[in-house]
Design a protein around this ligand. Sequence first.
Ligand code: ATP
Length: 202
Amino acid sequence: MRLIAENLGGERGGELLFSGLHFAVSSGEALMVTGPNGSGKSTLLRIIAGLLVQAEGMLRLEGAPAAFEGLAAAAHYLGHLNAMKPVLSVDENLHFWQSFNGRGQYSIAEALERVSLGEIGHLPFGYLSTGQKRRVSIARLLVSDRPVWLLDEPTAGLDKASETQFTGLMRGHLTSGGIIVAATHLPLGLEGSTELALGAAA
Ligand SMILES: Nc1ncnc2c1ncn2[C@@H]1O[C@H](COP(=O)(O)OP(=O)(O)OP(=O)(O)O)[C@@H](O)[C@H]1O
């Protein structure tokens, strides 16, 4: 599998944020998107996720299993917001996303264990702390069948132990042939990842 961008440009509110981007990320590889606030990191991730349309250029995913109809269907976007219903339980939220995204490698119980939240599946999502909410969103990645992880500041709100745990989960995803594109101000501990530096802030 290979995610390829050619001459990619992105805009918000009519203003071009970046243009002429070229990159390729293969199975097992991670691309770190860096740059100052407002340089367009989230915009780039949202374009790859199919949530925004690019201003110019081309994006494609080569060699994806036939089950995925295009890049958007293979991609899982973890944004700043957790995209969970606060009144539904953690389990119910994860059930929803599992059926929406397709069943991934881990069951809901296993995924919650992986993020050390094995005991709280019954609680309303809205009861959780900021870091716990983020860890449930990470569990969502694990219960979903989406090989391209698009991670926007994924460690925001995580304590040190959870950060280390998440690094292990990202490594596992890469080892099993996944792709990661992450917008980040902090190193995520993935050796061998490449960096795409976006330019000046708007
Ligand atoms: N809905 C919108 N309409 C118009 N402009 C927007 C919209 N959303 C974001 N922008 C602008 O687009 C620019 C890029 O925003 P983006 O969130 O992609 O940057 P970023 O590099 O991810 O920043 P940060 O490091 O702060 O997360 C910013 O100037 C922002 O104000």
